[in-house]
Structure formats: structure tokens, C-alpha cells
Design a protein around this ligand. Structure first.
Ligand SMILES: CC(C)(COP(=O)(O)OP(=O)(O)OC[C@H]1O[C@@H](n2cnc3c(N)ncnc32)[C@H](O)[C@@H]1OP(=O)(O)O)[C@@H](O)C(=O)NCCC(=O)NCCS
Length: 209
């Protein structure tokens, strides 16, 4: 399986994996609770995505010399570390899975294919000020979408609206950092810096609280 691992600093790392078929024994590292969750996913492609995201997590942890602790989902759907030490975020899409870990602060990661159809749904996730600065370009829109996904996952709470509560500052389609903030919630005025990478037809973003 092709894997890209990046040690961001001494406290954080991320890993991206291309999804391939895997042997059952490759998942021995999962916790008992995770094995149960895995067994309950009926769709074969979703099972692969779910498992590969955990394998990416294991690989990111390995570069930080952190043993795989196992993860569970909290009441908002956000993955939390079983032993309460550190923060994690996961993303998976057709053929790709990724994970990021930080020892001390919340993180968010997201990956999305660049697709034409995102131009049609801009009004659902963008504020008017964002529509005004974004070019009618699938890459630019996907960057905005993915940055909001990463910010959403970093803050972790359900009920935060992409359009109404997450606001991005103007950025260009060649930007490597997108600045944004969460407003109008309990986390109002928290500012984020989202890192952006474009890897062929996929936008990868991540942010550290
Ligand atoms: C939950 C959500 C963040 C998932 O994102 P996605 O692009 O569908 O899927 P991804 O593969 O990138 O991410 C999935 C992972 O997000 C994580 N996740 C789910 N809810 C989360 C939350 N509240 N906080 C942080 N992470 C969360 C999970 O780890 C999940 O992986 P897992 O099921 O394997 O554990 C997203 O679908 C969502 O609900 N967003 C908020 C709703 C919204 O405003 N949508 C836009 C309106 S137009």
C-alpha cells in the first residue's frame, strides 16, 4: 500500500494512504472496540476506507514513537484517543484515507476530489463574502470546502454550520495556507490556519488548533 507520512513537528504527524485490498490480519493492531466497529460496517468499500484510515493513524503515530492506543467516537462523531492522551482526526474518500495526530492540541484533516459539481452547491456552504472572492473554479471551491471540513473537524462539535459559522479570509487558488475563523458559536473568534496541498486531483487540508 502506498503511504505518505509527514512528521509535522515533534508533537504531530500525518499519513495518507492509497486504499488497496487488505488481509484481515493486517488489522490486528486495532483495539477490541475498533474490531467490533469494523465488523459492523457492511459496505465493503466503506470497510476498507475505515480500516485504511486507522492504518494511516498507526503509521503517523509510529514516526512519533507513540503506540497505537485505539480510538472511539464521541457524541459528536469525532474520534477521541482511548487513553485520553493526544488528539486525532481522520478522513477517507474513494481510494484514499488519511489521519493526523497531535500530542497536545485538537487537529482536523480532510481530503476531497476536485469535481465540477462543487460549483453548483457553493450557496450551501459559502458565505456571500466568500462567493465574492472565489473564482468559479472547481479547485478554488474545493479548497474552500476542504478548509471548512478541516476546521469543522478540529472544533469537533455538531451543529456548526459551514456557511453561517465558519468564515474564510480571501485566498488564491495557489494558496498553501487558508485562514479562517469560527464565529457565532461557543467557540466564536477562534482563528485557524489551514494548510493546503493539491495532490493531482485531490485537495488535502489540515489544521492544528
Ligand atoms: C462529519 C463530517 C465532518 C464528515 O466528513 P466527510 O467529508 O463526510 O468524511 P471524511 O472521510 O472526510 O471524514 C470522516 C471522519 O470525520 C470524523 N468526524 C465525524 N464527525 C466529526 C466531528 N463532529 N468532529 C470531528 N471529526 C468528525 C470521523 O472520524 C470520520 O471518520 P470515521 O467515521 O472513520 O471515524 C461531515 O460530513 C459533516 O457532517 N459536516 C458538518 C455538516 C455540514 O455543515 N455540512 C455542510 C453543509 S453544506
Amino acid at each position: 500500500m502506498q503511504t505518505k507520512i509527514e512528521k509535522i513537528d515533534s508533537s504531530s504527524a500525518l499519513a495518507i494512504k492509497i486504499i488497496e485490498s487488505q488481509e484481515e490480519e493486517a488489522l490486528d493492531f486495532l483495539s477490541f472496540r475498533e474490531k467490533l466497529s469494523y465488523a459492523n460496517i457492511s459496505h465493503p468499500e466503506k470497510r476498507k476506507e475505515w480500516a485504511t484510515a486507522r492504518m494511516a493513524m498507526r503509521d503517523a503515530l509510529e514516526v512519533l514513537h507513540v503506540p497505537y492506543p485505539g480510538f472511539f467516537k464521541d457524541e459528536h462523531g469525532k474520534s477521541q484517543v482511548m487513553n485520553g492522551t493526544g488528539f486525532v482526526s481522520l478522513s477517507h474518500t474513494e481510494g484514499l484515507a488519511g489521519a493526523i495526530f497531535h500530542r497536545e492540541t485538537p487537529v482536523g484533516i480532510d481530503m476531497d476530489f476536485i469535481r465540477e459539481k462543487i460549483l453548483k452547491i457553493g450557496f450551501r456552504f459559502l458565505d456571500q463574502t466568500e462567493i465574492d472572492f472565489l473564482e468559479k473554479d472547481p479547485l478554488h471551491y474545493t479548497m474552500a470546502w476542504s478548509a471548512k471540513e478541516s476546521i469543522f473537524k478540529c472544533q469537533g462539535k455538531r451543529g456548526v454550520s459551514f456557511r453561517d459559522n465558519i468564515l474564510l479570509e480571501p485566498f488564491s487558488p495557489s494558496a498553501s495556507i487558508i485562514r479562517g475563523k469560527v464565529r457565532g458559536t461557543d467557540f466564536a473568534d477562534h482563528h485557524y490556519q489551514v494548510q493546503v496541498r493539491v495532490i493531482s486531483n485531490v485537495v488535502l487540508t489540515y489544521t492544528i488548533w
